[in-house]
Design a protein around this ligand. Structure first.
Ligand code: GAL
Length: 434
């Protein structure tokens, strides 16, 4: 029995997917094609990205997954007549997916693929879905040496639909049932995603499993037993505030996250969608806030920008070592929690002050949602974790350290005031001064 268990790559232990090699214990870090390339992808794109991840030093900081999103296969309900497998697009991927995986592995990186829990023809982009073909597709991905699956939620057959529970809706179609006793772990959505989980677990390969389920069917309540991360909201787009065709800008997503701060931990976490750092017209300060807060939430850090000709300022944001260290802390699995609202707490002015503990101290993220630069106040007595959790930082005076610059700001007794630019986020680490 023990030998049998040791042979397994990932075990479903109580309520989490645990693997001996640590896959999925910490938030995934990597790059994904969707936010900047959409369907305009090819083997060349991924190999070039992989080279750049090594060359730009991103790999050394922990970014390791290079993830293919939608549109990688032959369109429509097309499957191989004999094997029933999805067919990689021969123009985009002339060497097949396994060849791309081998190119990634040769560089010390990993490859991710995309699927959708839909019938027949329909990923979000209209490519073959995997509902009913879970074993076939998981076996193919495993044989192709894929390391990560993002599994989407478009075009679900009506009999598999639930009450979405949370924004967005079921694409205009009627809602399905609420599960008996409101136990969302028995929902249709949970069943769909568990089928793919089981198919992945049956492979002789460790595949990180990312549920792209937009918060549907109260996934926060059961995602941990199904995958390593679960999308909590609709798609992100690169703007500070507002919504566009069902996509949400940064502040509305953060406001949503404020209500789910206590869900994430080791082996499973909320996914607030892939990074838009470097995209659209986000200012440098907005890019910094985006990165710092997604890291603070322990969301996966999946870069979504073009790496060729990336500006040094944006690259520096993505390489902010101490911010990454908080996200990847080996001892504290929980994300930061909101603890102070200077405004009302809405889609324009979500929580301003977030705090979380790491093995290096207590960290505070101070977000300026106002349209002007302003002073923000660190009051040590109100920072969660500082008083209760860590004996090493229990008593002041406190040393306040800037996680962006890596420099100490100073020693303070009761409070400290930090000047924060419009839409910027100050990120500090606090430890006892002596
Ligand atoms: C959406 C998903 C996006 C992207 C897109 C591809 O459902 O949330 O992240 O994968 O599909 O069509």
């Amino acid at each position: 029995m023990i030998l049998f268990l040791l042979g397994l790559r990932i075990l479903k232990v109580v309520n989490a997917l645990v693997s001996p090699d640590g896959t999925g214990r910490l938030p995934a870090m990597g790059w994904n094609s969707w936010n900047e390339y959409a369907c305009d992808i090819s083997e060349d794109v991924f190999v070039r990205v992989a080279d750049l991840m090594v060359h730009l030093g991103l790999k050394d900081l922990g970014y390791q997954y290079v993830n293919i999103d939608d549109c990688w296969s032959v369109k429509g309900a097309t499957r191989d007549n004999v094997t029933q497998r999805i067919i990689p697009d021969p123009v985009k991927f002339p060497g097949g997916i396994r060849h791309v995986a081998e190119e990634m592995h040769a560089r010390g990186l990993k490859l991710g693929i995309y699927g959708d829990a839909a019938l027949g023809t329909q990923t979000c982009g209209g490519y073959p879905g995997s509902l009913g073909y879970e074993e076939v597709d998981a076996a193919a991905w495993s044989e192709w040496k894929v390391d990560y699956l993002k599994y989407d939620n478009c075009n679900i057959p009506q009999e598999w639909v639930d009450v979405p529970y949370m924004y967005p809706d079921n694409g205009g179609r009627p809602d399905g049932p609420v599960p008996p006793g409101y136990d969302w772990s028995t929902s249709n959505s949970s069943a769909r995603y568990n089928r793919m989980r089981d198919a992945l677990l049956a492979q002789n390969r460790t595949i990180q499993y990312s549920l792209c389920i937009w918060g549907h069917a109260n996934v926060a309540a059961w995602g941990n037993a199904t995958g390593h991360s679960w999308r909590m909201y609709s798609d992100i787009y690169p703007a500070w505030a507002g919504a566009r065709q069902g996509s949400q800008a940064l502040m509305p997503i953060l406001n949503q996250a404020a209500f789910y701060w206590n869900v994430s931990g080791f082996w499973g976490r909320n996914d607030w969608d892939m990074l838009e750092v470097g995209n659209g017209n986000l200012t440098l300060e907005e890019n910094r806030s985006h990165f710092a807060l997604w890291a603070a939430l322990k969301s996966p850090l999946i870069i979504g920008t073009k790496l060729d000709a990336i500006s040094p300022e944006i690259l520096a944001v993505l390489k902010a070592e101490e911010i990454i260290a908080f996200n990847q802390d080996p001892v504290y699995g929980a994300g930061a929690m909101p603890y102070r609202w200077d405004g009302v707490g809405n889609d324009t002015h979500p929580a301003d002050y977030w705090a979380g503990s790491s093995s290096r101290g207590v960290h505070v993220f101070l977000l300026n949602t106002e349209e002007v630069e302003r002073d923000m106040e660190l009051v040590f007595g109100e920072i969660p974790g500082l008083q209760e959790q860590q004996p090493s930082v229990r008593r002041g005076p406190y040393l306040v350290h800037d996680m962006w610059t890596g420099k100490d700001i100073g020693v303070f007794s009761d409070s400290a005031v930090l000047r924060v630019k419009r839409h910027d986020t100050a990120a500090v680490r606090i430890t006892t001064a002596n």
